[in-house]
Design a protein. Structure first.
Length: 302
C-alpha cells in the first residue's frame, strides 16, 4: 500500500461519520444555557446575530505549549472565576484536529460552543472543559474584560475570541505529559444529572448507583477544591454544566444584556501544540492531513 493510500484510508475512517460542512445561522429562539437554577435565555435576547461558519475563511492558528507541570495562567484575587463544562459542544464547525501524528489516531471535527461574557463589574477568568473536541468561541460584551482562559480537554480543545494580551493555557489527558493533572477521585458530575443521562439511555439508576455516584461526586469535589486554587489561583465563582443528557450550543457568563450585543467573527484560534489542526470542508481537511501523514510516514521509513 502506498503512503498516500495508507493515509487517505486512515483519514476516511476518522472522518467518515463527521460533518465538516458550514453551519447556518442560528435560530433566535435557540436557548443559551446559564448556571444551574437560572434557566435558559434565547440567542435573540443576547446576540444581535449569529453567522454560520464559512470554511473558505481560515482563521489564524496560535499554538501553545502544553506544560508538563500543569502550569496555567493565574487568576487575580478580584477576578470572577467561571467554570464551563460541555461533553461534546454544540454547533458544527469547519475545524478538525488529529492527535499528534496524523496517522496514529482518529481525526475529529470540533463542535463549537459559544461562551458569551456579559459580566462587566470585574475581569473574568474562564475555565473551559470538555471531553470531545470543542471550539470554545468567546463573545465579549462591551466593557467585559477577560483576565485569562484555561482550556481542559481529553485531547484537543481550542478557543477563539481571546483579546490580545490575555494568557491562554491548555491541559489535556491524551498524548501529553500533563495527563496526571486529571488523575482525580470520581466524576465531577452531579448525581441528578447522571441519573437523567442514564434514563436517556434506557437505564434506571438504582439506590446503589445513586450512593456510588454521590460518593464519586464528593471525592471529586474534595479533590477539586484543593486542585483548582493550586492550579488557577482562585476558586470558581460560578459553574455551568449541561442539564441532564442534553449538551448546549452556548452559555452565558453574566447577566442578560439590556440589548443584544453584536457578535465578532472567528479570526484567531488558540490550540495546544500536541495536535495537528485543519480548517475547511471535508475534502480540504482530508488533503491537509494527508500531506501531514505522508511527510511523517516518509520520515519514519527513512
Amino acid at each position: 500500500m502506498t503512503i498516500r493510500a495508507y493515509a487517505l484510508g486512515f483519514l476516511a475512517l476518522g472522518l467518515g461519520a463527521c460533518g465538516g460542512s458550514s453551519s447556518g445561522g442560528v435560530d433566535p429562539q435557540t436557548p443559551i444555557h446559564q448556571a444551574q437554577g437560572l434557566g435558559d435565555v434565547s440567542f435573540g435576547k443576547v446576540l444581535s446575530a449569529v453567522a454560520g461558519h464559512d470554511p473558505a475563511i481560515k482563521p489564524e492558528f496560535v499554538s501553545h505549549t502544553v506544560h508538563s507541570r500543569c502550569r496555567m495562567p493565574r487568576a487575580s484575587s478580584g477576578s470572577h472565576m467561571a467554570y464551563v463544562y460541555s461533553y461534546g459542544g454544540g454547533f458544527k464547525s469547519p475545524m478538525a484536529h488529529a492527535y499528534k501524528k496524523a496517522h496514529e489516531g482518529s481525526v475529529e471535527y470540533h463542535q463549537r460552543t459559544d461562551v458569551i461574557v456579559t459580566e462587566t463589574e470585574v475581569p473574568v477568568y474562564l475555565v473551559l472543559e470538555s471531553y470531545n473536541a470543542v471550539l470554545w468561541n468567546i463573545q465579549l460584551a462591551p466593557g467585559a474584560q477577560l483576565e485569562g482562559v484555561g482550556v481542559l480537554s481529553y485531547e484537543g480543545g481550542a478557543v477563539s475570541g481571546v483579546p490580545e494580551g490575555v494568557d491562554v493555557g491548555f491541559l489535556a489527558f491524551r498524548g501529553v505529559e500533563n495527563k496526571r493533572c486529571f488523575e482525580r477521585g470520581g466524576m465531577m458530575t452531579p448525581t441528578d444529572i447522571r441519573v437523567e443521562r442514564a434514563a436517556a439511555n434506557n437505564y434506571t439508576a438504582t439506590a446503589s448507583d445513586r450512593q456510588n455516584w454521590d460518593a464519586e461526586y464528593r471525592a471529586a469535589k474534595t479533590w477539586r477544591n484543593r486542585w483548582v486554587p493550586q492550579t488557577f489561583g482562585a476558586r470558581f465563582d460560578v459553574e455551568i454544566f449541561p442539564d441532564g443528557s442534553d449538551d448546549y450550543d452556548a452559555v452565558l457568563v453574566g447577566p442578560v444584556p439590556t440589548a443584544p450585543i453584536a457578535p465578532t467573527a472567528i479570526t484567531k484560534v488558540h490550540v495546544p501544540d500536541h495536535v495537528h489542526v485543519a480548517w475547511g470542508n471535508r475534502d480540504e481537511v482530508l488533503a491537509e492531513f494527508d500531506a501531514i501523514a505522508r511527510e511523517e510516514l516518509e520520515d519514519l521509513m527513512n
